[in-house]
Design a protein around this ligand. Structure first.
Ligand SMILES: Nc1ncnc2c1ncn2[C@@H]1O[C@H](COP(=O)(O)OP(=O)(O)O)[C@@H](O)[C@H]1O
Ligand SMILES: [Mg+2]
Length: 599
């Protein structure tokens, strides 16, 4: 990250391009307000000329000035000074209204795009592969979804403002040239030097400092997420200091570049004023020298330039400042661009809509490896009939969860076929398959809401059903003991509940929508023997009309299964019922004997 990169302004255009109406409206408002700004100067010149030297108003041959003096002549007021003043006031009012409209428009466009992009990133996350979440740090993902779009909205507003100010300067430049090309030349030279100075700082300094700041920001987010989600372990192992030290480090690597950026930022802004005043004084002295007493005749010219200068010095400064701001935040826009463009979904959805599952699930010659790993599953073949209980056992790391992952299409097999009622899972609309599935994972996810919210989990609320499934999952008894019952809030990740209680809620959630197929990955592993027996009973209750696929390491859970599959290093090494497998000298019988002795 230390190498210098070239800023890519095009990334900003990517976000603006879908809004041609904004672009067109912005363009019109920018041009219109700039034209009126130019007119303001031209009329001021006329006004000063009339006050000081009535001859000037004739504006000999100058197209712009004669256009305005023509307009002023048309005003039916005898006193020219009053006429010009009124005209000037009118122009200023119109100009201010246009500028105001342009500003509102810029904010509106900026906020709209910000809103849309924030939504778009969430939608991308929504559709992303599970793998994407495994490959990226949470803090970074949060930063890109939440903070980055707001920064981008701000950058767009800066950009709109900078364009408008530039157009204004161009317009005023045209008027100034028409009044006096020589004096304008000096002003332009000055403006040019200033432009290149700020441009240099923006590109070389602010942009690169901005990249460092972006990195530091993402790192801070990562550390906070890690710290909060791992708080218990961190406390017990007394590792707080490690996270604190890293956090302070990340903070420093944010604030140092930020301060440096501000310093660089202010240098040209302050220098510009000194240059300007030196130039103005120089002009007056030179004029006085050359023209002697005729100098008074040039006062309107000088006055106009002085006004233009003081009117536009802030604009010039602001453009410089905006450019630096845009480039300094561009790294965040670039990060957002890479998220918006990257393909997060690689497992395609099928288009066959399946109804109720009613026959069998079959794995045919399935091979699978996780990205960057050697073979995780090899030549897996099995068939699960509707209404049956199928159990997977095997040592940790043997691939049990991986089989469930393939079944849930969180991952897709490298080769081989998974058939659901005879149709390849990849042809099915995933939603229509998942509607048939209830799933309890190895690590439960309980979110910080009420117990009933956790069971309903975003599906239609049915109070009776909630109680029913909690009774089935043997959760009803402990929920009843809470003063607030089903309305009890369970804390972040359900940490106000015991492991076994969380597990039982997860089971209740899985059966809430009366799924046809129940997939349980070590659903009872966190339970004590008594609650395990209860859940086992619950599984038995629901499995009369459910197809159950379960992973268990306690054999008591699997003895009644219709078929048991023993996995070892990614392969199915034994298949059969408990009765068939318990005798013999293989893995299962060893497990069985081991458990009998220790149990
Ligand atoms: N997302 C993943 N990326 C890479 N490797 C993984 C991933 N998940 C699991 N593995 C590896 O795959 C193997 C099987 O894991 P898993 O199916 O979870 O085993 P278990 O039988 O304990 O459920 C293990 O060696 C594990 O390290
Ligand atoms: Mg597992």
């Amino acid at each position: 990250m230390n190498e210098h990169k070239k800023p890519k302004i095009s990334t900003l255009l990517y976000f603006v391009r879908p809004y041609p109406k904004f672009i067109a409206g912005m363009f019109l408002l920018i041009v219109a307000s700039a034209v009126f700004e130019g007119a303001n100067i031209a009329v001021l010149f006329g006004l000063l000329g009339t006050v000081l030297d009535p001859a000037v108003v004739s504006a000999d041959g100058n197209f712009i000035l004669s256009f305005f003096s023509g307009l002023i002549q048309a005003i039916p007021i005898q006193n020219k000074i009053v006429a010009i003043s009124l005209f000037m006031i009118a122009i200023t009012i119109v100009k201010s209204l246009l500028v105001f409209a342009r500003q509102i428009f810029t904010y509106h466009a900026g906020y709209t795009i910000w809103y849309d992009v924030q939504k778009k990133i969430f939608e991308k996350y929504m559709n992303a592969d599970y793998q994407y979440f495994l490959d990226h740090k949470q803090g970074e993902m949060i930063f890109r979804a939440y903070s980055a779009p707001s920064v981008m909205g701000g950058v767009l507003q800066y950009a709109g403002e900078a364009l408008a100010l530039t157009a204004q300067l161009v317009m005023v430049g045209i008027v100034l040239v028409s009044i006096s090309p020589e004096v304008s030349g000096i002003v332009f030279l000055f403006g040019g030097v200033f432009y290149f100075l700020t441009n240099f700082i923006a590109k070389k300094v602010s942009y690169n400092l901005g990249r460092k700041r972006t990195e530091a920001c993402e790192e801070q987010n990562n550390l906070l997420v890690e710290f909060i989600s791992g708080i218990k372990q961190i406390k017990v192992f007394m590792s707080e200091k490690r996270w604190f030290a890293e956090y302070v480090l990340a903070m420093k690597s944010y604030f140092r570049p930020a301060l440096k950026d501000r310093v660089w930022h202010e240098i040209p802004l302050n220098a510009v004023e000194i240059f300007a005043i030196v130039m103005l004084c120089g002009l007056i002295i030179v004029f006085k020298r050359i023209q002697g007493d005729a100098f008074l005749g040039q006062l309107s010219l000088l006055g106009t330039f002085a006004y233009a200068f003081y009117r536009f010095m802030p604009s010039l400064k602001k453009i410089g400042s905006l450019r630096i701001g845009i480039l300094g935040n561009l790294p965040i826009v670039e990060a957002l661009y890479s998220v918006a463009r990257v393909k997060m979904k690689t497992i395609p959805d099928g288009d066959v809509c399946m109804g109720k599952f009613n026959e069998a699930i079959e794995f045919r010659d399935i091979n699978f490896s996780y990205p960057g790993r050697t073979k995780t599953l090899e030549n897996i073949n099995f068939r699960v009939k509707r209404g049956e209980v199928t159990a997977f056992v095997g040592s940790s790391g043997s691939g049990k969860t991986t089989i469930m992952n393939l079944l849930l299409r969180v991952f897709a097999p490298s080769d081989g076929k998974i058939l659901i009622d005879g149709r390849d899972i990849k042809d099915l609309k995933l939603e229509s398959w998942l509607k048939n599935v209830g799933y309890v994972s190895q690590e439960t996810f309980i979110f910080n809401a009420s117990i009933e919210d956790n069971i309903v989990f975003g599906r239609g609320y049915d109070e009776k059903r909630v109680v029913e499934v909690c009774k089935l999952a043997n959760a009803h008894e402990f929920i009843e003991t809470f003063p607030e019952g089903y309305k009890t809030r369970v804390g972040e990740r359900g940490l106000k509940l015991s492991g076994g209680q969380r597990q039982r809620l997860a089971i209740a959630r899985a059966i809430y929508s009366s799924p046809q197929v129940l997939i349980m990955d070590e659903a009872t592993s966190a339970l004590d023997n008594v609650s395990e027996a209860k859940v086992r009973e619950a599984i038995k209750k629901v499995s009369y009309d459910h197809t159950v696929i379960l992973v268990a390491h306690r054999l008591s859970t699997v003895v009644h299964a219709d078929q048991i599959m023993v996995l070892d290093q990614g392969r199915i090494v034994e298949k059969g019922t408990h009765e068939m497998l318990k005798t013999g000298s293989d893995i299962y019988s060893e497990l069985y004997r081991g458990e009998k002795v220790s149990g």
